[in-house]
Design a protein around this ligand. Structure first.
Ligand code: SF4
Length: 158
């Protein structure tokens, strides 16, 4: 066995729902077999994490969207995250984002593969005021602020 094969694999943070966890708001999964193959081929070790479960929001949970401005304002305390019935779940979303960052620090993680369009994990788009707009989710925004490289994953590929 070569010395290279004994080298520890690089750990990457991955949205838990992409790895088969039933942690979506509707208690379904976004399991993505293509992503798991890609990570294995690249020698990457996935560390699964669901910010919304970590934030104590429970599963299933009501769908939620970022209010007005966007995730940066949520982190800065000037915008909220609201459920479809208007409940304020901002604290849970921020706690989830902080948990994701702590997990990255704990494992020396510099890259994350995150579920597209989620109000937590979305990398390029998320819902603001119920409409899909350019911008990050709350967790993605915090990870980006700390220099974590983000890759958006659609999910549910065979
Ligand atoms: S997209 Fe993110 S917050 Fe939503 S279920 Fe998946 S891991 Fe959890």
């Amino acid at each position: 066995m070569s010395a290279q094969s004994n080298a520890p694999r690089e750990k990457v943070l991955v949205s838990a729902c992409l790895l088969g966890a039933y942690c979506r708001f509707d208690a379904r999964t976004n399991a993505d077999a293509a992503l798991e193959r890609e990570l294995a081929e690249r020698g990457l070790e996935a560390v699964p994490f669901c910010p919304e479960e970590h934030g104590g929001l429970g599963t299933p949970r009501p769908p939620a969207t970022i209010e007005r401005a966007g995730a940066a304002e949520v982190l800065d305390g000037t915008a909220r995250v609201l459920t479809d019935t208007g409940a304020d779940v901002t604290a849970g979303f921020v706690k989830g984002a902080e948990g994701a960052l702590e997990t990255c620090k704990l494992h020396g993680i510099r890259r994350a593969f995150l579920k597209a369009r989620s109000p937590s994990c979305g990398v390029h788009q998320t819902e603001v005021d119920g409409k899909l707009v350019p911008g990050r989710g709350v967790t993605s925004e915090l990870l980006a602020r700390h220099g974590i490289e983000l890759t958006s994953v659609e999910g549910r590929r065979p």
